[in-house]
Design a protein around this ligand. Structure first.
Ligand SMILES: Cc1cc2nc3c(=O)[nH]c(=O)nc-3n(C[C@H](O)[C@H](O)[C@H](O)COP(=O)(O)OP(=O)(O)OC[C@H]3O[C@@H](n4cnc5c(N)ncnc54)[C@H](O)[C@@H]3O)c2cc1C
Length: 373
């Protein structure tokens, strides 16, 4: 497909996705089609089969699994949405942990809490004291932690396939006709589906009906070389808690098992999601933002003055109206659901709401009250 290049120039995150589905012929008809092989689509596909083993499920991914946000994420697991807690949202982290347990997935999940950092309201005993447009200090500890996103993508996909979902990589859905049954154009043929979940996040916004409701952006991250224990202690990061700022300029980060630290910041505006295909982190605005980020990191603390960077990368995020995730019926069919637009807070939420979407599609649960907001 023209809109999905096999290879993008988004750089290399420190994660590895080691699962690829078994090749198989595309079916002519399924009970449930899932479009998008990130955390949302994979969680929904696995849960559909887990809850209704007799219903057929096919998941279509335009490139490789995790090739959107999910393979390029920072992997910080958060309890709330980007708009905070929403009425009836429930316990995201407990639901996320349940899914990992249910599918026996080891994703290096730890939940030590997440530091919110601020320039004006730091705790008197803040372990963090960095220089970044003022003094950046820990202001509050909120629930959450970290996960290995490569293991999360692989684990969900492995579970979904083991439960009987048919997963197709390099198979973009080019168009949908919203009749009954729904019809999807896939690799030159037409697949009929009783129900469809569109989990395409920042891409295919015409297909998902989100073109006017959400803005695609591209955001950047870097990882440092391994730091010694004493350096981590000097930075205030020895407890393994990830962090994000609650004022601007924005900065988030976490440690990785090598001993390195990931830092992320910066947004490239896009006028059309198709610009993602040509975005190159070594050129233009993305390269400038990475250079600014590295300069900022070296200025945060003396132990980082000469730090080397081992990974540089970026990935898409979808910012929805009022930062509310979108979880709604497709405007053109009650048999199609749209889920995504987590505005950069989607790791735990996508897996949690992917299960909820499966339950809605099976008629076992209603959409949440905030869904059409
Ligand atoms: C650099 C970065 C850091 C981040 N850090 C964090 C963090 O620390 N914590 C946090 O909570 N969130 C974070 N996020 C956000 C989080 O990663 C996302 O919200 C989450 O991964 C979204 O998952 P998803 O499955 O909805 O979307 P995606 O992972 O984007 O999946 C959508 C998939 O759909 C596929 N697709 C699109 N169109 C079609 C089509 N027509 N046919 C078939 N397939 C199609 C795409 O190729 C893609 O694989 C970060 C994001 C980025 C980019």
């Amino acid at each position: 497909m023209r809109d999905f290049k096999a290879k993008t120039h988004w750089g290399e995150p420190p994660w590895r996705i080691d699962f690829h589905p078994t090749p198989r012929p595309i079916p002519e008809e399924v009970d449930f089609a899932v479009v998008g092989g990130g955390f949302t689509g994979l969680s929904a596909a696995a849960w559909l089969r887990r809850l209704e083993p007799l219903k057929s499920v096919a998941l279509f991914e335009a490139r490789s699994l995790g090739a959107g946000s999910s393979g390029y994420t920072g992997g910080i697991t958060l309890a709330e949405t980007a708009a905070g807690d929403l009425p009836g949202l429930g316990d995201v982290l407990a639901g996320f942990s349940d899914t990992l347990r249910e599918f026996a997935m080891d994703c290096d999940l730890t939940l030590p809490g997440v530091w919110e950092l601020g320039r004006s309201a730091g705790l008197p005993d803040s372990p963090i004291s960095w220089t970044d447009s003022g003094e950046l200090r820990a202001a509050r500890l909120v629930p959450g932690g970290t996960v290995d996103p490569g293991k999360l993508v692989s684990g969900l996909a492995r579970a979904a396939e083991k439960l009987g979902a048919q997963i197709f990589e390099n198979t973009g859905v080019e168009n949908a006709e919203f009749h009954e049954p729904l019809r999807l154009d896939v690799r030159g043929s037409v697949l009929r589906a009783q129900n469809v979940l569109l989990a395409t996040n920042a891409m295919s916004l015409e297909l998902s009906g989100l073109a006017r409701r959400a803005q695609p952006k591209f955001t950047l991250a870097v990882a440092t070389e391994p730091l010694a224990g004493a350096q981590c202690a000097a930075l205030g990061l020895e407890s393994g808690k990830p962090f994000y700022t609650i004022d601007f300029p924005y900065l988030w980060g976490r440690q990785i098992p090598t001993g390195g630290v990931i830092f992320g910041s910066g947004l490239v505006d896009l006028s059309d999601w198709r610009e993602l295909a040509d975005l190159d982190i070594a050129a233009g605005e993305a390269a400038e933002l990475i250079a600014q980020l590295e300069h900022r990191i070296r200025g945060l603390h003396p132990v980082l003055h000469h730090v080397k960077f081992t990974h540089r990368w970026g990935g898409p995020i979808l910012i929805a109206d009022q930062w509310h995730p979108v979880f709604a019926q497709h405007p053109r069919s009650s048999r199609a659901l749209v889920l995504g637009g987590y505005s950069g807070h989607g790791v735990a939420l996508s897996v949690y709401l992917g299960r909820w979407a499966a339950e809605v599609m099976l008629g076992r649960r209603a959409l949440p009250d905030w869904a059409s907001a």
